[in-house]
Design a protein around this ligand. Structure first.
Ligand SMILES: [Zn+2]
Length: 476
């Protein structure tokens, strides 16, 4: 049988080998001398086979030895990517009680292999560790590796000593994604600010150990911070600044209590902001003159109205705004001070219903948006305990009420998409728009299967010249 693989050019063979796992790589390597050469020189290492294998202390050592042998055979051949995933194993040492173990040998080998990758001018490192007993430490050499461009780490510890960070080092890292990582000390942030001058993306998901984070980057374009663990929400302040930052995503969904975190951003060229869930104790966004799109939502009701309105005041010039009903409801509270969101052209609201409590809040919101061109009101999924889809008290506001509000947006609005919720509020709102919006160019109505009466009522009162389309949707 002809061995066509062995006759391939080296670059093509390497490309094919980049898709296969370590086990398959070693199998291919045993086919022929030339195949073995391809495998030992391949710059792509995918050591992801072992995270689903149930190992114990002794079998784990066997696997480690086989990887070790391979790495020593391949020597210092160029390594472009090193992907490794590993899970702690069970041990039965303690009177039959199953305990988790991350052996010293595993810690030592992992650190050694990362050092080897650094020596082989690694560009992409992707480390996925599942360990409930130990966060393996990343060796400092990885942070000082000039060839490294992308770093993805799950479940490890980042510590950079003062001595290492004081080096006049220039990193080529463009992408950092840390998940369930412990960051020890504040040198890590100095390293990002001073050494990572090419960094474009920084994503932090459940990162622990933060206190006073000061991050200043002249290259960063996208920053995200996700923390969904209400039971270990520790206090910290994040101070992020960067003239090139265009995208910020903060996700604190999951806690119905105020988050203890505070945020200050100096991102004058921010274009996209997404803030989901909680708002923390303090938020300062500065002037955002070029903001194009903002999404603000909460799933458990707004905990701190002052912080919410501080955010809303900073984004008042945004063009596209997406809110959910928990945010809109804040516009009807007693202490609400009218807020002008003059820049908003497109407004999208996700809400469970249009009940009588919601309508005055919606009116207060729309009153501050005289330039609104398109409005989308659509159903949102129930995601948590506090939200209930009430169908009662949804018929208290007639078209006469809407006429009395003298809302400026009605003369500007060009496109509307509206969900017909139960009750008459939504139908009356739709009728008001159809009969009073002179520039309406298109209207889309979504209705439930049992709302044919409401659809007929709308069809009989339509006088807008705009085309209206009706779409049946299933219940939420
Ligand atoms: Zn063990």
């Amino acid at each position: 049988m002809a061995d066509r693989f062995s006759n391939l050019p080296k670059e093509i063979a390497h490309h094919i080998l980049s898709f296969i796992s370590f086990k398959d790589l070693t199998r291919v390597g045993s086919v022929s001398k030339r195949s073995q050469g391809f495998c030992l020189s391949t710059p792509f290492l995918n050591l992801n086979d072992f995270s689903d294998v149930r190992l114990c202390c002794s079998t784990s050592k066997g696997v480690l030895d086989s990887i070790d042998r391979f790495l020593s055979q391949r020597g210092d051949n160029k390594m472009l990517s090193f992907r490794f995933s590993w899970r702690n194993h069970d041990t039965h040492e303690n009177a039959g009680r199953i305990e988790r173990c991350f052996c010293d040998e595993e810690k030592f080998r992992l650190s050694k292999w990362i050092e080897i990758a650094v020596r082989c001018n690694i560009e992409v490192v992707d480390l996925w560790i599942a360990s409930s007993v130990w966060y393996p430490k990343l060796p400092t050499s990885l942070f000082l590796c000039p060839s490294l461009r992308s770093l993805v780490v799950i479940n490890m510890e980042c510590y950079i000593s003062d001595a290492a960070a004081s080096l006049d080092f220039s990193s080529n890292l463009e992408y950092i994604n840390l998940s369930s990582v412990v960051i020890v000390g504040d040198v890590f942030w100095k390293w990002i600010s001073h050494c990572c001058r090419c960094l474009k993306n920084l994503h932090l998901y459940h990162v622990y150990g933060l206190k006073d984070v000061n991050l200043e980057s002249s290259s960063l374009e996208s920053f995200s911070f996700v923390f969904l663990d209400p039971f270990s929400d520790y206090g910290c302040s994040l101070n992020i600044s960067g003239d090139k930052i265009e995208n910020v995503c903060i996700n604190l969904v999951g806690s119905c209590y105020p988050s203890k975190k505070s945020f200050e951003f100096s991102t004058p060229n921010l274009k996209h902001l997404q803030w989901l869930g909680n708002f923390g104790t303090h938020v300062e966004l500065g002037k955002l003159a070029g903001l194009e799109r903002a999404e603000i939502s909460s799933t458990c009701g707004v905990v701190d109205f002052d912080v919410l309105f501080c955010i809303l005041r900073c984004i008042c010039r945004v063009r596209v705004l997406i809110l959910n009903d928990e945010i809109v409801k804040a516009f009807s509270m007693d202490s609400y001070v009218p807020l002008q969101l003059d820049g908003v052209c497109d407004l999208s609201i996700q809400t469970l219903n249009l009940n009588d409590g919601f309508i005055p809040a919606l009116v207060a919101l729309l009153r501050g948006m005289p330039s609104l061109r398109s409005l989308y009101v659509n159903a949102r999924q129930v995601q948590d305990c506090s939200s209930t889809s009430t169908e009662s008290n949804c018929s208290g506001f007639s078209m006469g009420y809407w006429k009395l509000q003298n809302l400026a947006f009605i003369s500007e609005i060009q496109e509307v998409a509206l969900q017909l919720y139960h009750g008459s509020n939504a139908v009356e709102f739709a009728r008001y728009i159809l009969e009073h919006a002179p520039n309406l160019g298109k209207m889309t109505i979504y209705h439930f299967p049992d709302q044919l009466d409401a659809v007929l009522k709308l069809q009989s009162t339509m006088i807008a010249s705009a085309p209206v389309s009706f779409h049946e949707v299933s219940e939420i």
